[in-house]
Design a binder for this molecule. Structure first.
Ligand SMILES: C[S@@+](CC[C@H](N)C(=O)[O-])C[C@H]1O[C@@H](n2cnc3c(N)ncnc32)[C@H](O)[C@@H]1O
Length: 236
């Protein structure tokens, strides 16, 4: 018999083959988390569906506070773990632009969006270091475990600052791995491009930070005086 004579199948059986495949994928993904500087490989996309400790949707929502009608930008959506939560909150008049450097990731999110009846997500294949949007386009932007993967973080932050409205907000979620941007480094690099950290939630190893453009402080806004805090950094 064909299957019985297979050198791989004989010792393990069907369950063993799946376990082996799963273990190999997990090992490859772990190796990527620890060592690689390339974009997260689409081949390991299933692991992206597992929420990371301290980086749950609820914690992102606390910082991002998406509102109906807003135009929002997500960099590096992966398989859409966050996109599929954010887009419905923007309502029929809102729009979520997702930007990724890998077409497979964008296609994956759009398949899931179609399956959920969501038609307010707009995909764009682009590099975060050169965003194809006009200045002051977005009410808010966010990236979860994506910023540290971008080869030139200051360039990406500078682009995010450019495409955000002066009153806009940016949420960065970072998880401990080789690519992680530590909170103090984020605050420093953000300050250099005219963004500042308003607050941080979670431990330094897995945190969300809310940032705003340095010019956003004014007497009638909740973060009044924020412009003065552009030099503030948070210890990691
Ligand atoms: C680790 S995944 C995170 C996915 C998702 N945010 C999550 O939390 O599950 C990082 C994502 O960033 C994307 N990415 C990496 N470098 C990028 C770049 N320079 N520009 C745009 N996207 C990039 C990858 O393709 C991948 O989809």
């Amino acid at each position: 018999m064909r299957h019985a004579s297979s050198p791989l199948r004989a010792p393990f059986g069907k369950a063993g083959i799946w376990a082996l495949a799963g273990a190999s994928a997990a090992a490859a993904a772990t190796a990527w988390w620890v060592t690689d500087s390339a974009p997260y490989p689409y081949a390991q996309h299933r692991l992206l569906d597992l929420p990371l400790p301290f980086l749950s949707w609820e914690r992102l929502a606390e910082q991002l506070q998406p509102l109906p009608g807003e135009r929002m930008l997500e960099i590096g959506p992966g398989t859409g773990l966050q996109s599929l939560q954010v887009a419905p909150r923007l309502g029929a008049d809102g729009r979520l632009d997702i930007v990724d450097i890998q077409q497979e990731m964008l296609d994956h999110v759009m398949r899931r969006a179609a399956g959920s009846g969501l038609d307010t997500i707009a995909p764009t294949l682009a590099d975060a270091r050169e965003l194809p949007f006009d200045d002051a386009t977005f009410d808010a932007a966010y990236l979860v475990t994506a910023l540290g993967e971008i080869p030139d973080v200051p360039a990406a932050l500078s682009e995010l600052r450019r495409v955000l409205k002066p009153t806009g907000r940016l949420v960065v979620g970072e998880f401990f791995d080789r690519h992680q941007i530590r909170p103090a480094a984020l605050a420093r690099q953000a300050n250099a491009v005219g963004l500042h950290v308003i607050r941080q939630s979670g431990p330094a190893l897995a945190y969300f930070a809310l940032l705003r453009p340095c010019t956003s402080g004014s007497a009638d806004r909740p973060h009044a005086g924020a412009a003065d805090r552009c030099a503030v950094t948070i210890d990691s």
